[in-house]
Design a binder for this molecule. Sequence first.
Ligand SMILES: NC(=O)N[C@@H](CC(=O)O)C(=O)O
Ligand SMILES: [Zn+2]
Ligand SMILES: [Zn+2]
Length: 428
Amino acid sequence: MSTTYLIKNVSVLGGEPTDLLLRDGVVADAADAPADAETIDATGLIALPGLVDLHTHLREPGREDAETVETGTRAAALGGFTAVHAMANTEPVADTAGVVEQVWRLGREAGYCDVYPVGAVTVGLEGERLAELGAMADSAARVRVFSDDGKCVSDAVLMRRALEYVKAFDGVVAQHAQEPRLTEGAQMNEGELSGRLGLAGWPAVAEEAIIARDVLLAQHVGSRLHVCHLSTAGSVDIVRWAKAKGVDVTAEACPHHLLLTDELAATYDPIYKVNPPLRSAADVEAVKAGLADGTIDIVATDHAPHPHEDKDCEWAAAAFGMLGLETALSIVQQTMVDTGLLDWAGVAERMSYAPARIGRVSDQHGRPVEVGEPANVVLYDPGATRTVDPAESASLSRNTPYRGMELPGRVVATFLRGRATVLDGKLQ
Ligand SMILES: NC(=O)N[C@@H](CC(=O)O)C(=O)O
Ligand SMILES: [Zn+2]
Ligand SMILES: [Zn+2]
């Protein structure tokens, strides 16, 4: 028998305090609470639908020194997530039904949140031949999101074929928009600062040129495109233009691109090295505005764990990527809610409802916190503050750029189908 939880005085999406009953995996009427229900005093807490991450790197199989499905999903639960989409750039690459089923099964066994594998677009992420997209879609993992993330599908013909192919099973191609020739050897955002620091520049146009091409391809073949980790003001303009034209395009922004700027590269600390790079303050403002007005549909973490030997080295030799799952909601609170750009309903849309719709998992996730719905719920204390200590992370890696920073908010509890994965801020 699973525990029944009676959550008292909770503010659903910031509304008037109410009571919620979580019983038998669903949200039920609090008036029906049995006498032996576990009562949680949620005064001052907000209830949000379980968060859904469309862009997580879990590293298993192959790089279990950086992260495993179990450790990554523990971090996800602590961050308020009940579902994550696991990127395909593992070793071996998730480009067959066998590998995606393995990742899906590891997620089920760990039990901290639902893991939906992303399938690779091309065999081995090599950008030469399409992977077996149909077999991955038909597998037990029911793959709907396809991406060569880490690499760009730069060949226009392959990108077109992938967009055409995924229509058959209502899939989406999630593009890592990086024109390879324009970014050879690139280390940080191209600008006055990259020149001064002597680090090879990564121009905004390398991202924008691919997004512009891909929205036109998606329009041409009538398919669905998702833009990963959009990071420049120009990219926001292109997606806004494409949506106005009726193109079926969605886009994501990452927490670090809402808060951090390229100025941090001046430290030469590779903790700030990420793909796409941290951009200018003007880009950060444009990305926040695009997220506020709905041009950018979702926040996705791009949680990218790396072991310290791949990060504790000189800038040019270090790996790209930063942790994100345990801090995402706090960064969104700080940059979007506390600034008045989004309310909690807007956060629910961008971190739960919309990513669930894009990933086609809305039967289980991204549903309102209402009677009869699956009990995937987060209790969050927006009034709390905490100082980020990498040693406390559930991730196997420590590469958080927020080390030592005081951030607002704390995930108090996470429920997956009515079962607590986190209670009192601790993994269950
Ligand atoms: N974002 C990153 O800097 N790194 C990602 C790859 C990616 O998301 O492109 C990784 O897999 O480490
Ligand atoms: Zn990427
Ligand atoms: Zn990624």
